[in-house]
Design a protein around this ligand. Structure first.
Ligand SMILES: Cc1cc2nc3c(=O)[nH]c(=O)nc-3n(C[C@H](O)[C@H](O)[C@H](O)COP(=O)(O)O)c2cc1C
Length: 338
């Protein structure tokens, strides 16, 4: 593997360059810690947590990993810029500070109009405590990567391609071209570069590493683990889904009635009756009310099941630790062939 890869392993002190995305609703303490224990690195989807819930989850992480209070916690905490912007500034800072006070090794920011503000907040915290928190930002355009590298001086850039499950930029380039353009534009000693979007096999991971990325971030694939918080009917829907079932649409945010995302952000999830009705022009209030009824009973034809473009290739639930190790072996075998 390239020397770039080694920079990720050194930075996080890990042995496998596979990370679990900080997925709201899917990645909690159980999933994140199992990925870390596998040799990869797990992040908590903490974006919409209350302070109490985040404290509790970090405490669970500490217990599972057996980490004492004075040592770094080997997981990251993911924050969404526009959700932070929707809070009073003091409350947003408080939420980030919980991860920092708990010594999370990394924080992750995405989808905000002013992510630099939060990056700076973490840098200031580090200056006042003498610590070093690893800062990730997820983005989808080369121009943004140049700013994050040169002006914000982030540690890790996660290039999110249009194939990605969950929220993302509808106009994002496909992952392979995005990673290539960012790798060629940034200096070798710039931020570590990772790829995310539609990756579900070791062969996929090898392709991204061959393009010069140090590693990868997987989301949807980790939803199909016993440790993910996705309810069982959602997991069954992921297993049954064909590749064509993963669609980008504004139907999801309209139906969920979620707050304003930055311009150009929509979501990728499984096609179901909600999407079909939205495309037919159904009144959004009707969609919302059917969605609310469907949520408690996990009616998969109406709820939102975030899923990336690789969904058609995932056919089984596998424990997170085993999954990471199997993916890595497949990746190494694929790299050895090339
Ligand atoms: C269920 C789910 C929840 C997600 N939640 C977040 C989130 O809270 N913050 C974030 O930055 N990205 C989130 N994402 C996007 C991931 O960071 C990542 O870009 C994506 O999962 C990669 O594509 P893949 O799902 O095809 O592997 C989520 C994705 C999924 C599938």
């Amino acid at each position: 593997m390239s020397s770039e890869k080694n920079r990720l392993l050194d930075l996080l002190g890990i042995s496998i360059p596979i990370l679990c995305a900080p997925m709201v609703g899917a990645a909690g303490s159980s999933l994140a810690t199992q990925v870390t224990l596998s040799g990869g690195f797990g992040l908590l989807g903490s974006a919409i947590h209350t302070p109490e819930r985040l404290e509790r989850e970090l405490e669970e992480v500490r217990q599972i990993l057996g980490t004492d209070r004075d040592s770094p916690l080997r997981v990251g905490a993911g924050y969404i810029g526009c959700w932070l912007d929707g809070l009073a500034e003091e409350d947003a800072k408080k939420l980030i500070k919980i991860a920092l006070d708990n010594r999370a090794l990394a924080v992750w920011f995405s989808f905000g109009n002013d992510l630099q503000k939060w990056v700076q907040f973490v840098r200031d915290y580090d200056s006042s405590t003498g610590r070093k928190t690893i800062i990730f930002v997820q983005l989808s355009f080369l121009e943004d990567a140049l700013v994050a590298a040169k002006d914000w001086n982030v540690d890790v850039i996660v290039a999110q391609g249009v194939e990605a499950g969950g929220h993302g930029y509808g106009a994002a380039p496909p992952l392979r071209s995005l990673v290539s353009s960012i790798v060629s534009a940034l200096p070798e000693d710039g931020p570590v570069i990772l790829g995310a979007g539609g990756l579900v096999t070791g062969g996929h991971i090898a392709e991204i590493i061959k393009l010069g990325a140090s590693g990868v971030v997987l989301g949807t694939r980790f939803c199909l683990t016993p440790e993910s918080m996705y309810p069982d009917p959602y997991k069954q829907a992921l297993i049954s889904a064909e590749s064509s079932a993963s669609v980008r649409s504004e139907a999801f945010d309209q139906t969920g009635n979620w707050m304003q995302w930055p311009r150009g952000v929509d979501g990728r999830a499984l096609r179901n009756a909600t999407v079909d009705d939205f495309e037919r022009g159904e009144d959004v209030q009707v969609l919302r009310s059917k969605y609310k009824e469907a949520l408690p009973v996990h009616n998969v034809d109406r709820v939102i099941i975030w899923a990336g473009a690789g969904v058609g290739v995932m056919k089984s639930v596998k424990a997170a630790k085993e999954l990471v190790q199997d993916l890595y072996q497949e990746c190494l075998a694929s790299l050895a062939k090339s």
